[in-house]
Design a protein around this ligand. Sequence first.
Ligand code: MN
Length: 196
Amino acid sequence: MTNSKLSDYAKKRDFEKTPEPAGEPAAAAPPADAPIFVVQKHDASRLHYDFRLQIGDTMPSWAVPKGPSMNPADKRLAVHVEDHPIDYASFEGTIPEAEYGGGTVMVWDFGTVTFKAEGKTPQEWLDEGLLEFELHGQKLKGKWKLIHTKMGGSDKNWLLMKRKDEFATDRDILKDEPNSAKTGRTLEEIAKGSET
Ligand code: MN
């Protein structure tokens, strides 16, 4: 573990006990030319969705209790959590109950992301608390934004919003497309460890 941005990630986990990737630098090479994103459905103590965007050599991450919405009228709370390694984006499996984040993890959606380039780098926009980007996923598409908010009295709170474009819809994509974008499995099938 040489990447200092991943020290919080490593501190929270015992890689002898969890099947999650340790984020070794060799394994963390970007898999594609374009930065990637992943949304992982995480059946932990409370079901939530983890939203991760690749910026440089790690994935800044947010826990979204209600999950992303394709409706621009919805503002979804997104709690900024520790950066994750890039190879976490393909992790689907079960973290033992006694470990940090214990529960089943599904790759609910994945794809590439294009950041708004004007004026600043994605890292500078992140530091500023405003990210605008386009998702090219299996499920999530089009323009989105993440905005840092003082709401709730925590400096971890951001809002995830769909922006108006041709992909915006009030269809409930979480209900309509509940299964893994990687393997087609349900949470129950992943928990049982059954293969596709
Ligand atoms: Mn989580």
